[in-house]
Ligand binder design. Sequence first.
Ligand code: BTN
Length: 258
Amino acid sequence: MATRLSGHPLIELDSVDSTNKYAADRLHLPELQHGTVILAHEQTQGRGQRERTWSSNKGLDLTFSLVLRPKGLKAAGQFVLAKVAALAVHAAVVDALRAASGLGVGAVHIKWPNDVLIGDRKVAGILIHSELAGERITASIVGIGLNVNSSELHAAPGATSLRNEVGHALDRLALLEDLLARFDAWWGRASTAPGEVDAAYAAQLWGRDRAMDLELDGVPFSGVPVDVDPAGRLRVRDLSGTEQAYGLDRLRFVPRYQ
Ligand code: BTN
């Protein structure tokens, strides 16, 4: 196995509790340089958003963490990481669907803040952890779980895999290489043309310009997602036409599958 993938240093693990935890425990080590990918063929205690777990099947899916040591990124601007990661996963999923079957790629969207959906089923999730020194981000761990070849997804209602969509298995490493190349391209654009990143992210938002079932502080309401503000809060238009931005602490989409 190569020790680099798409130019990224690669640490390949047969089995680990969580690649995000593995990276967090070693973040002080200089060997974990900017761009390092920690790839596990099995995760026994994968972590998800909101203290949930992330399950994947040994040798079938992609579970990895990307270590970043961003220069000059302030905590207030950290949502750019979520955008870049989501755009990279989105692009890799579109590429895979297109290559495998020419499937309608218009069906791939980013569900705020950073899930990737095919139709309204989740194919990938992203969990980002950042370390701060005052206002500055010293390191970030971008953990990505992508359902590639699993066909059993019973544990996760509303989930899908690429295999389920295209009807045959895909090459996981080729997919990861494409995803990393896409990440590098979007990461570069984040400093040279940040407006392009914002526009691309907003253009791919799931539910954009449609009335969606949302919950604000636990109270259901119908609102139209418009885009995100610089802090990463979702800007929503209510039925009276008023727009307001809310963070994950207050707002969520009502789950379609229980
Ligand atoms: C979510 O809940 O949608 C986020 C899921 C993130 C899962 C990935 S898999 C690789 C990395 N290691 C973890 O423990 N979690 C992330």
